[in-house]
Write a protein that binds this ligand. Structure first.
Ligand code: FE2
Length: 268
């Protein structure tokens, strides 16, 4: 039996696509409150609890160069074009050391996102939302075939802090990034920080309510999350997030007006 959230999403809480595109092109990121994100999810938001429960079944990330075993995850790759979603064969996640000097430079195999999660209404809604929104923000004449990677992350805190981004302030090496909080249990801190390529702060906030989210232009802004700490030593502590990245082929035909801004342009 599927559980429904206590509060139904209200369509009027949803920012419009033009509003989101304007904010992304102006600032390089948008911070969405859970109320807004749930409204964007529409009817799919009713299945929130079922999606969140899938974070209880993730595999340990054994590639942590800092030796930590505090990160659990699953991974999947899709192609998404004009609303058409095609899951790709399971494959490794690769980041160059340019983007991830700590854990990059190797093909990392993680456990696959479960079929029930990959086909979940919320996930499909987010893929279609990003497809349309990011294509509009980038000014594509024809929708590109996005390579979309989905990452389910659980960061655990125990006697040691858990580090959501052990690589520090970084880019993922893609075009666009969605980060949505799924849950926080018995956790303090975990401040999300957004900055210019020179490190100057553009904003910081805590994703605290399930559904709180941030959309990022990964070519323009850096992101990072400060370590999380366990509040009560008698209970488990973790922070669950969904990260979805979108990359377009280099020859996908963006219009010149929507080319990435260089680092020396003002962000205000
Ligand atoms: Fe990242």
């Amino acid at each position: 039996m599927l559980k429904k959230p206590a509060e139904s999403p209200r369509a009027r809480d949803a920012p419009t696509e033009p509003q989101l595109v304007e904010a992304l092109n102006r600032d390089g990121f948008v911070h969405l409150a859970a109320r807004e994100m749930r409204a964007l999810l529409g009817p799919a938001a009713s299945w929130w609890d079922e999606l969140a429960e899938s974070w209880d079944d993730l595999g340990v990330d054994r590639y942590m160069a800092d030796g930590g075993r505090y990160r659990r995850r699953r991974h999947a790759v899709f192609h998404v074009r004009a609303g058409q979603i095609d899951r790709q064969a399971h494959q490794p996640h690769y980041q160059s050391r340019d983007y991830n000097p700590l854990n990059g430079g190797v093909e990392r195999w993680f456990e696959a996102v479960l079929m029930t999660t990959a086909s979940h209404p919320i996930l499909r809604r987010l893929l279609k939302l990003g497809d349309g929104l990011f294509a509009a923000a980038d000014g594509y004449g024809l929708p590109p075939c996005w390579k979309v990677e989905i990452h389910q992350f659980r960061i655990e805190a125990a006697d040691q802090a858990g580090r959501p981004t052990p690589e520090g302030f970084h880019r993922d090496g893609v075009d666009w990034v969605m980060v949505m909080l799924i849950d926080r249990r018995n956790v303090a801190d975990g401040l999300t920080q957004i900055g210019q390529p020179d490190g100057q702060s553009l904003g910081e906030f805590t994703l605290s309510a399930p559904g709180d989210a941030v959309l990022l232009d990964d070519r323009r802004v850096l992101h990072g999350v400060t370590p999380i700490h366990r509040i009560s030593t008698s209970k488990p502590a973790h922070r669950d997030v969904l990260v979805i990245t979108f990359s377009a082929p280099h020859d996908a035909g963006r219009t010149p007006a929507a080319a990435p801004l260089s680092a020396d342009l003002p962000y205000s």
